[in-house]
Design a protein around this ligand. Structure first.
Ligand SMILES: C[S@@+](CC[C@H](N)C(=O)[O-])C[C@H]1O[C@@H](n2cnc3c(N)ncnc32)[C@H](O)[C@@H]1O
Length: 288
């Protein structure tokens, strides 16, 4: 009985300690100054389509790392807030970064934050509406919006250049399944814009003399289909599409597994068929 009391008291203290830590963290967050002498935004203040809340700094790093952001990238943060994602993309990953922010005071603050961080040359905050600005030059898009805003952006994003990487803090993209999920406790989701490869392709190199026909059906990055040559139809196995990179396997009539890798650019395809310690070069063209 005495032991029980010690245990109860211990757990009571433990719970009080945990709650104190949580409230201290919240207090710290809500008392952090995000602005400067010209403008002081409030956490949760309203925005045109969504309130302002900054992405947690660790998650910003994880999001940009997952998207493999580098100096070759043009990153657009849609709904840029105080600019922290665009600034991190430029400062920590060497990218050129843009932020689109509707609130003019917030946009100016974000640009001043970029200047203060020493990356004003590589970060441009555009005071505009994410539904009106042209972000088609982005190689990486970051979002912390709302599910319905992601859904409105989805058709625009799916029409961007294949290979464009997209990372969204907290919110999905409807039935477009993410390729990767990251973050704990707050989750973020990662997609790569898939090339449009549905249709019939003629491929040379699978068979020594004949053209093979690759027939593909696609929904977003999910692909299925068949490869036909020598009057035989082979189902494609383990298909994967990442941007323009399309990989699949098939088993030929002698039970040999072929691993095919094709780069699908517009209506041309090129790559390799690796099988039985051999490699055959492939070239293809979309026929319909
Ligand atoms: C949740 S905050 C995210 C801020 C920043 N991306 C981050 O993750 O730290 C969303 C931001 O989008 C802005 N916003 C809301 N609707 C917008 C719109 N239609 N166009 C541009 N910015 C918008 C808000 O003012 C707010 O700063």
């Amino acid at each position: 009985m005495k032991l029980m009391n010690y245990k109860t008291v211990f757990f009571k203290y433990l719970i009080v300690a945990i709650l104190s830590c949580i409230s201290m963290a919240n207090y710290a967050q809500y008392n952090t100054k995000y602005g400067d002498e010209k403008y002081e935004p409030r956490l949760g203040q309203s925005g045109k389509d969504v309130i302002w809340l900054p992405t947690n700094t660790d998650l910003v790093t994880q999001m940009l790392r997952t998207a493999k952001v580098s100096a070759n990238d043009i990153v657009y943060d849609l709904g840029a807030g105080d600019g922290k994602i665009a600034i991190a993309a430029a400062k920590d990953f060497g990218a050129k970064a843009f932020g689109v922010e509707f609130n003019p005071e917030m946009a100016s603050l974000a640009q001043r934050n970029a200047d203060r961080a020493g990356v004003g040359e590589r970060v441009k905050i555009i005071n505009g509406d994410i539904f009106k600005e042209d972000f088609s030059s982005a190689t990486v898009l970051t979002l912390y919006l709302l599910p319905e805003l992601n859904l409105q952006l989805k058709p625009i994003i799916l029409n961007m250049k294949p290979g464009t990487r997209v990372v969204s803090n907290s919110f999905h993209m409807g039935d477009w399944e993410p390729d990767v999920e990251i973050g704990n406790p707050t989750r973020a989701y990662y997609w790569v814009v898939p090339a449009k490869i549905s249709g019939t392709w003629g491929v040379y190199g699978v068979h020594p003399t004949q053209k093979a026909t690759l027939q593909l059906v696609q929904y977003q990055q999910r692909v299925g289909g068949t490869l036909t040559f020598d009057e035989k139809i082979y189902p494609i196995m383990k298909p994967s599409l990442e941007g323009e990179k399309f990989k699949f396997s098939f088993q030929d009539k002698d039970q040999i597994i072929h691993d095919v890798e094709l780069n699908m650019t517009g209506d041309t395809a090129s790559g390799f068929d690796r099988f039985d310690y051999k490699t055959s070069k492939l070239v293809g063209k979309k026929e319909k």
